[in-house]
Design a protein around this ligand. Structure first.
Ligand code: AMP
Length: 398
């Protein structure tokens, strides 16, 4: 069985065709600059060979057509014909309160997705455009929506309601939704396999530390708490996002800098976080290099990041009533041994003890804690595409 996974951004589209027997991608690629000058599709075969196609790609529909053509190309394609695609799994950023699980897409789902646009005006419209394009070209292939927010719908009201008048939750849907759910769900399932313990018996803290970063407290396979909130701006200091702030700072800066709402939004999302503190880069590799050369602000950005993660781990150990394993995933979590080491320093109280030799690992599934530590520390590369494909496989098999 082959499943196509589609992740549409406003001007980009990532795809993977996955063979569900081996769970490996048989082709993947990226379409960039959709609707802009210089659009390009980069298709990568299972052996890693890249084909670059520069052509006009005015919208998502044309992008999908090109992707499908690439997938069945006699030269570098991975499929004999499109009939081999059993289902398409779409990443959808926001499912609001309507979707606590992935769903097979029908007219009612499309209507509900439209209603969620207000909550994710930048992300959901391209996701919907990708679904419509696939429906038009492959009308008989089941389409499945997999939501970033769905995994966190198990949170209780005392976790997700903010200290605002309750009517604002009812009128505007203002509450904590949480994001990166597909990643947190995937790594928690892998942790259960690595630890050889059923998920229902595990208390896990999953740290998705990438350019965007969030932490989730997971009990019995369900998300109990997470650090992102109404939007993906909340929680940890990130590459370019501020993370949690005293809310009064927002109006204070707007007043001082004469920012309007859009300018303030852009500022908090693109000029803050590790970039704003370090003044060097939003990329943790660059910041680590600058810090190693004695750049004070770069070191400060790294220290704040590790401090923020530790703070959430402490809070979530309390929330879960203990912890069996801490999981590190995504770009920084999977690759940066020094970030993992600074996060886990002085955490023996919680049973967290890193083996510094084992920790010298990058992008592999490994237990990096000391043999006799009470809490396991796991590095687990995330695989959101596979999680989406697994959900699509399960739902369409029904
Ligand atoms: P992601 O959003 O998951 O793709 O993660 C991107 C982030 O991971 C960027 O800030 C990268 O600098 C960071 N990253 C990737 N590799 C490394 C590495 N070897 N050491 C430190 N950070 C890394």
């Amino acid at each position: 069985m082959k499943i196509l996974v589609i992740n549409c951004g406003s001007s980009s589209l990532k795809y993977q065709a996955i063979d569900m027997n081996t769970k490996n991608p048989i082709a993947k690629g990226l379409v960039e600059r959709i609707g802009l000058q210089g659009s390009v599709l980069t298709h990568t075969t299972a052996s890693g060979k890249k084909e670059v196609m520069k052509t006009s790609i005015p919208n998502h529909s044309v992008a999908i057509e090109l992707v499908l053509k690439a997938l069945v190309s006699p030269e570098y394609g991975a499929l004999k014909d499109l009939g081999e695609i059993a289902a398409v799994g779409h990443r959808v950023v926001h499912g609001g309160e309507k979707f606590a699980n992935s769903v097979v897409i029908n007219d009612d789902v499309m209507k509900a997705l439209d209603e969620c646009i207000e909550l994710a005006p930048l992300h959901n419209p391209p996701n919907i455009a990708g679904i419509k394009a696939c429906q038009a070209i492959m009308p008989n292939v089941p389409q499945v929506a997999v939501f970033d927010t769905a995994f966190h719908q198990s949170m209780k009201p005392d976790s997700y309601i903010y200290g605002l008048p309750y009517e604002f939750y009812q009128k505007y849907g203002i509450r904590k939704y949480g994001f990166h759910g597909t990643s947190h769900k995937y790594v928690s399932q892998r942790a259960s396999v690595l630890l050889q313990k059923p998920l229902k018996d595990l208390k896990l803290i999953s740290c998705h530390l990438g350019n965007g970063a969030s932490i989730s407290a997971i009990k019995g396979g369900k998300s109990m708490e997470t650090s992102m909130g109404f939007t993906p701006l909340d929680g940890l200091l990130m590459g370019t996002r501020s993370g949690a702030l005293d809310p009064a700072i927002v109006t204070y800066i707007m007043n001082k800098e004469k920012f309007n709402v859009d300018q303030m939004n852009d500022f908090l999302n693109t000029k803050c976080g590790a970039l704003g503190v370090s003044g060097v880069s939003s990329d943790f590799r660059d910041i680590e290099v600058a810090a190693s050369h004695g750049n004070f602000r770069a070191q400060l950005a790294l220290d704040i990041f590790a401090h923020d993660v530790r703070e959430y781990i402490g809070a979530y150990v309390a929330e879960l009533g203990g912890v069996d394993a801490i999981i590190f995933t995504a770009g920084v979590g999977e690759n940066s041994a020094s970030t993992r080491a600074s996060i886990c320093a002085n955490m023996e109280f919680f049973g967290i003890e890193l083996d510094l030799e084992k920790n010298k690992v990058r992008g592999e599934e490994v237990d990096v804690s000391k043999a006799n530590a009470r809490c396991r520390v796991l590095v687990i590369p995330t695989n959101e595409e596979l999680m989406i494909a697994l959900d699509a496989q399960e739902l369409t098999a029904k």
